[in-house]
Every structure is written in C-alpha cells, then in structure tokens.
Write a protein that binds this ligand. Sequence first.
Ligand code: PGA
Length: 261
Amino acid sequence: MRVIILDTANQVAQYAADLLLETVRKKSRPVLGLATGSTPISTYQQVINAVQAGQASFKNTTTFNLDEYIGIDDTHPQSYRHFMKHYLFNHIDIDLANTHLPMAASLDETRLVENAQDYENAIQEAGGIDLQLLGIGENGHIGFNEPTSSLRSRTRIKSLSESTIEANKRFFADGEYQPHLALTMGIETILESKHVLLLATGHKKAAAVKAMVEGPLTAMCPASALQQHAKACLVLDQDAAAQLSLKDYYVWCEKQRQELT
Ligand code: PGA
C-alpha cells in the first residue's frame, strides 16, 4: 500500500482531484469508480473547478458508484444518485447516461439480486474500473461492506450496521425514513479496479486507518482487504494518520520516491 500523508484535508482533496483528472485526460474512454459521503465533496469541487476552467472534459468518461440505498427512489434527496448530481454530475460535461449507480429503488429481492448482477456485468462491459475512489467508515467499511463482509463479495444486498446508520443519521431530517439496506459493490468487485484511491481525513478515522494499514487482513476491517491490492494508494491528512506506528516510514518512502525521475 502506498500511504501519502498530507497536512490538511484540502491538500488531500487536491491530490485526489489531480489523480482523477489525470486519469480522465490520459484515457480515451476512462472508467471511474466514485464514492459518496462527506470526504469526497471537496475533491469533486476541485474537479468541477478544473472542468469549468476548460482543463479537462468528462465527455467520454463512464462512472460507477460504489453503492445506493435500497427502497428510496433515485430522485429522493438522500439517494446517492441525487448526491452525485448535486455534488458533481450537474456541474461537469459528463453524459448522465454514462453515470451508473446500483438500481436499488425496488424492495423486491429477486429484482435487486438481478440488478446487482446487471451492475457487475455493466462494469465488465465497460472494461473494468480504471480508478476507484473510496472513503472509509469509522468501522473500517468500504462502500457499504460492513465488518464481517466476505472478502470475496460482489455487488449484493447488504444490511447497514448500527454504527453506519448512526453516522449517516445527520443527513436525514428528524422522523424521515432512513434506509437500513443498500446495494453495494462487493470487496472483490472493488479489488478488481485497476487502481484504488482511498481518502481519509479527520481524527474520527484514525483507528480505522490504523487497522486498515497496520492491522491483520480481516473481514472485521473490510478496508484491510486493500492490503491485497497491487495499486492501492491511501491519501490521509495528519489527523487520520495520527495512530499509524510507521508514520515516519511512510513519509520517508514518499521522500525517496521524489529522487526517481
Ligand atoms: P464519510 O463516509 O466520507 O462521510 O466519512 C465515508 C464512508 O462511510 O465510507
């Protein structure tokens, strides 16, 4: 795992935006894996700024999001489709027909299982994901792969853990229906991405980051599965990196890389 520790959350966002933009510029038909949550919002803003300044175009880009809540329509303000439109898609030149999230509005299990398989197929047909953006939950989840998720899991129905429901409560009004189920890419789906970029900022993520990087490979910390990925890059601010035992080593490694041309 490559661990990059930057001073501020803003620098983390800039680093991530630069990598997303580089992928979009380099590839003729880029395929990006995208994430929701608070962490990537400032990354998306930097991407929007670059696109609006004419520095990049998403015309040929296809996207696949990690997950979607089950049982709410994609026009619902708390749906992840709505989130993506609000924070990114509506402000860049992407063709909405090329933006994908798992189809999760139905409560019919058979239909949801079919939609999950369709999602896997669509990723394959697009040629796989070039760069997958990830956040990490305080409990170590990636996507909605909660602790004890199979490390071989694929896109499927997942029950959210109590801590995730609690952490996401802030987005729902008092008394508003909050889904407890999601359709999420599986851990193996994520591991098949050619390049993974995980962002973590703030002290609340420090314990999960420590478990992901320096703990054992275990379904109890789904993000630890990234230890098995050949091209996983973790970009952290100082607060999220605070519990890492080998922090000085990671900083040293990045300094050494600069000597390479
Ligand atoms: P956050 O969520 O960016 O809102 O902290 C990350 C996650 O739960 O994966």
